[in-house]
Write a protein that binds this ligand. Structure first.
Ligand code: GMT
Length: 373
């Protein structure tokens, strides 16, 4: 098939999923054309059958804000014609889903099918904003197929937008081969206890509750030798720095910034923290699990579909820092349980969320929409 993929090129989960999907589709023999204003983070090089098409953003003295959605729609139409695309698979309702519908109208062909994947914040935060809601609703109703990344998001989309059309759940995925490395066996510390490493990876938006990450870490560090590695960047990076200083743990927190590949860094982690306000899936938690790292997270949104409470990690109500801290301390102090959780996490990631299981589910959707043209 000839497939166009449009996504945010930054380090958010939707861009990562879209990019990894495109690369796997190309490996499976499809032609894949990425369309965005910059090359996606995980598309450092162009593998065979993959092309990248840049949406140019220009300054116009007359326009206060550049109408990106319109430039995107024009680019999508141009690439669809040039590459004879059969599928335009867009990740995020706004602006990609809306732009794709416009592109389809521009080329005036019913041969181009639009598949829209909703990732979460496009529904739970952005899409529900009054300024976007009518457009998001149209985007969901008029796409040839709609997929969401969790059952939670399927319910939320139905509840918030009142749509009755079929919404397919396709979970996010990982490639187990990228998360190689065994689980460290449980060797109880004798003379001096080893230092433990807690980790958090995100785009540091308020929804990630970065203060909670630092607070949980500070409580762990009060009872054992611990360090915290923060990966990513975003609006609340300074909140993280301030909180770490306030709580007296600034010297034990390392900020790594944005990295292209998280798997090698996850090798160093003993525990992953994701105390988010909401999370439609929690791709970072899945990547941690794939590396054999147990997760302590909020019992919210799609996270319970990823992290099995008491098996691959622990879940607690949003903001329940006492519970999250005591779960973290318990797991980090009990090396045989930590090892069992690590094994279960790696196993679950490599089976339920293996790309070999998930990518064919997208192909089946493409085939279905093409069949009913
Ligand atoms: O979480 C973010 O801030 C990034 C956001 C995105 O749009 O890239 O992530 C969303 O999509 C990811 C991939 O499907 C999910 O794993 C995240 O849970 C979801 N974020 C939220 O729902 C807050």
């Amino acid at each position: 098939m000839r497939i166009g993929i449009a996504c945010y090129p930054t380090h958010g989960g939707s861009g990562v999923v879209a990019t990894e999907l495109g690369k796997h589709l190309a490996e499976r023999g499809h032609e894949v054309a990425f369309i965005s204003y910059a090359a996606p983070l995980r598309l450092a090089e162009l593998p065979p059958r993959v092309s990248f098409h840049e949406v140019e953003i220009e300054e116009y003295p007359l326009l206060k804000h550049f109408p990106y959605a319109l430039a995107l729609a024009s680019k999508m139409a141009e690439v669809a014609r040039m590459q004879r695309l059969q599928i335009l698979h867009v990740h995020y309702a706004i602006p990609f889903g809306a732009a794709a519908l416009l592109a389809k109208q521009i080329i005036g062909s019913s041969d181009l099918k639009v598949v829209t994947t909703l990732h979460g914040t496009d529904i739970t935060l952005v899409g529900n904003n009054a300024s976007f809601k009518p457009v998001t609703t149209l985007t969901i109703e008029k796409a040839d197929a709609v997929t969401v990344v969790s059952h939670f998001l399927q319910e939320e989309t139905r509840r918030q937008f009142g749509v009755t059309r079929k919404i397919n759940v396709i979970y996010n995925f990982i490639d187990p081969e990228l998360h190689e490395g065994g689980i460290s066996p449980c060797i109880p510390p004798r003379d001096s206890p080893q230092q433990v490493t807690l980790m958090h990876i995100s785009n540091f938006r308020p929804v990630k509750r970065i203060r909670d990450v630092i607070t949980i870490f500070a409580r762990v560090a009060a009872v054992m030798d611990a360090r915290l590695i923060l990966v990513g960047d975003g609006p609340d990076t300074s909140v993280a720095e301030q909180t770490a200083t306030e709580l007296g743990v600034g010297d034990r927190v390392t900020f790594l910034g944005v990295v292209e590949r998280v798997a090698p860094i996850l090798q160093a982690a003993d525990l992953f923290l994701l105390p988010s306000e909401t999370e439609s899936f929690g791709l970072a938690a899945l990547e941690a699990m794939a590396s054999g790292v147990p997760v302590v997270a909020s019992d919210v949104g799609g996270i319970p579909e990823v992290v099995e409470h008491g098996v691959t990690g622990y879940l607690a109500p949003v903001g329940d820092l006492d519970q999250m801290s005591s779960y973290s301390i318990e797991l980090l102090s009990n090396c045989s349980r930590k090892e069992a959780f690590a094994r279960a996490a790696k196993e679950r990631a490599a089976t339920v969320f293996n790309y070999r299981e998930i990518v064919p589910q997208y192909e089946a959707i493409y085939e279905r929409v093409l069949k009913y043209s």
